[in-house]
Structures are given as structure tokens and as C-alpha cells.
Design a protein around this ligand. Sequence first.
Ligand SMILES: NC(=O)c1ccc[n+]([C@@H]2O[C@H](COP(=O)([O-])OP(=O)(O)OC[C@H]3O[C@@H](n4cnc5c(N)ncnc54)[C@H](O)[C@@H]3O)[C@@H](O)[C@H]2O)c1
Length: 361
Amino acid sequence: MTTSAKRAPVRIGVVGLGRLGKRHAMNIAYRVPGAVLAAACSPVDEERTWAREALPEPRIYEEYEALLADRDIDAVWLVTPSSLHAEQIVAALRAGKHVFCEKPLSLDVAECERVLAVAREYPHLQATIGFMRRFDPSYVDAYEKMAAGAIGRPFMIRSQTTDKNDPEGFFVRFAPTSGGIFLDCTVHDIDVARWFFGNARATRVYATGTIALHEGLRECGDVDNGVAVVEFEGGRLAVFYASRTMAHGNDTHSEVIGTAGALAIGHYPRANRVDIYDADGIRNECTPTFFERFEEAFLREAQAFVESVRQRRQKAQVQAGGANLPHDDAQIGATLADALEATRIGRALREALASGQPIAL
Ligand SMILES: NC(=O)c1ccc[n+]([C@@H]2O[C@H](COP(=O)([O-])OP(=O)(O)OC[C@H]3O[C@@H](n4cnc5c(N)ncnc54)[C@H](O)[C@@H]3O)[C@@H](O)[C@H]2O)c1
């Protein structure tokens, strides 16, 4: 590989231009140094029209297979329904592309394991799952403080992912492919708990839930409010809450409690620094959706992925010259193995919700 190839931009094809795909595409196109948004793919006509108008002249594909056949794409960026992730990651790796995929890796543990097995055949390719909280500055700061001993021995995590109620019920339509509230929402909290607990193994889970507003979820066996407890080895505990029905906005926050203190991350989710003084008192507007809350995390995650692919190229070049260069794995976010464990725990929570029984792992 020549020096210019090593320094060449990472040419990315974004697949899926829905609610979140458009955001990722805009980040890659305009805000990630070293990346070029080379292609975009969606089976939906309006989304392809949007891509032609909003993005800087990517090649536009209707079918994923056509994008994979594009030899001028280095990496695939999957923002597609969760039920498609596993097979699309496998196809990307087999086509020789690095791959970023939104969470969760899959709704099924066996499918996750298959993806890991295929990825082992392509160790030179980067494969990352989009647990963006690992890049949120506040989560990173809390993690570093905790790791430095600021709260003694952490033994308890309380974490919630709660969305503003959507009277249109987008997520009711989304439910057949989302995997349910624990695999769709709580999977983020699960990943945070594993990350903060140093990849501790989960041993047993409990779950319950209710339908507060959206009866349409019942036929998918889903709920719009769910509560879970996960026991981890070493006597560590996590309590999770997920909701689709918050009146005030997206209120995602976490707390890690240790023997000498606690750290709270994102409590009081104010949208900005404006305080409103009026006849109702003094208040703030709340972050409306996950995207406003985690905008910076999504951007940093994309920047880290691109940097990691570039590091791999550099490493390949140095190794070709006979030397060794370590890869900075700490910077790459959640690995496929992390994502497999998150799905394993999320599936067990779904089973616990359905059965009303604790599930041993
Ligand atoms: N990290 C987060 O906090 C977060 C937040 C929201 C969504 N997500 C994840 O992002 C993914 C997409 O969610 P969304 O809300 O954008 O959904 P969405 O339904 O708005 O968009 C899905 C997109 O996939 C495309 N698509 C469907 N089938 C396809 C196929 N066979 N080939 C290529 N494209 C196809 C659709 O056209 C659409 O563009 C999900 O896996 C979800 O879990 C993550």
C-alpha cells in the first residue's frame, strides 16, 4: 500500500436513509474528516430523492447488493431495520468492506454468533456496532472518573432510556422489526452497564412491563414501559427502565453507584441553556428526541470509526514493511462481541417479560 493509499479518504456507502440514516449520512458527508460519502442506498423513492438533494453527489442505489458491488466503496454504514443487520453485515464483510452497523447487532443470539464467526475470517476489516453512548462526552467522563476510583467500587447501575410519547405511534409500526422495548431501547443501557462493569458477565435477569398508552404493541408481545433487573457476576446489579410514553421529551440518563460515591449522567435533560420564567414558574425545555441528546456522540462515533479504518491501513502498511504497529482498540466503540452480549441479555429480558419468570444466563 502506498502512502497516498494510506492517507486516502475512507469512502463510505450509507444504507438506509430513514429517521436515523439521514442523520448519519449528513455527518459523514459534511462533518467527518477523512471520510467521503461515496454512495447511499434506500429502497424508498422519497429517501433517494432526499439523498440527491441533500448529499454531495453520492452514487445512489436502490438495492444493497448493487452498493456492495461498487468497488469504490471501502466501508458500509448500515442504518436499516434491526431484523436485517446480521445478514447485511455478513454480506458487507464477504464483499471486503469495513462495516459500521446501528444497534442491535441482531435480535437473535445464534445470528450474532454467526456474524462473529464470519468476522473472524476477515480480521483486517473493521466491524463496529453503534452503541453511541460510548462516545458521549458525559458518559466517557463518568467512566474515566469511575475507573480512576472516584466512587470506590462500583456495584450498582440505574439507567433509563425513555422517549417522548409519539401519538402517531411510529414505534408501533416499528415493533415487528425492533425486537421489542428491551432489545430496541434498553440494549443501550445494557451496553453501558457492561462497559462500566468491565465486561462483567450477566448471570440472571428479571423483567416486567405495562402498556400505558399504545395497545397496538400487544400483538407483538411488546410493552410501552418496561422495567428490568440484571444481576452481574461479583454481586453487581443493574436496574433499567425504558419508556415510549414520556410527556416531556427524551429523558435518557444513568447513574453509577459505588462504595464511596455515585456519578449521575444526564439527569435533568434540558434542551439548552434557556430558562423560561412565566406564569407556570421557572422551567426548561427538554431534549425532544434521542438525536438532540446524543448528537455529539453520533458524530464522535463516526469520526472514531473512520480514524480506526485509517489506522488499520497504516498498520497493514507498516506490517507489510516488516514492523508491528498496535491498533488502538480502545477508540473503536462496541465490538461485535460486546454487541452479542447485549443481545443475549436483551433476549433474556424479553423472555422474562413474556414468561413472568427470572431467566438464568
Ligand atoms: N443508536 C440509536 O440510539 C438509534 C436510534 C434510532 C434507531 N437506531 C437503529 O437504527 C436502525 C434504523 O432505525 P430508524 O429509526 O432509522 O428506522 P427507519 O424505519 O426510519 O429507517 C430504516 C431504513 O432502512 C431502509 N431499508 C429497509 N429495508 C432495506 C433493505 N432491504 N436494504 C436497504 N435499506 C433498507 C428503509 O428504507 C429506511 O431507510 C435500527 O436498527 C434502529 O435500532 C438506533
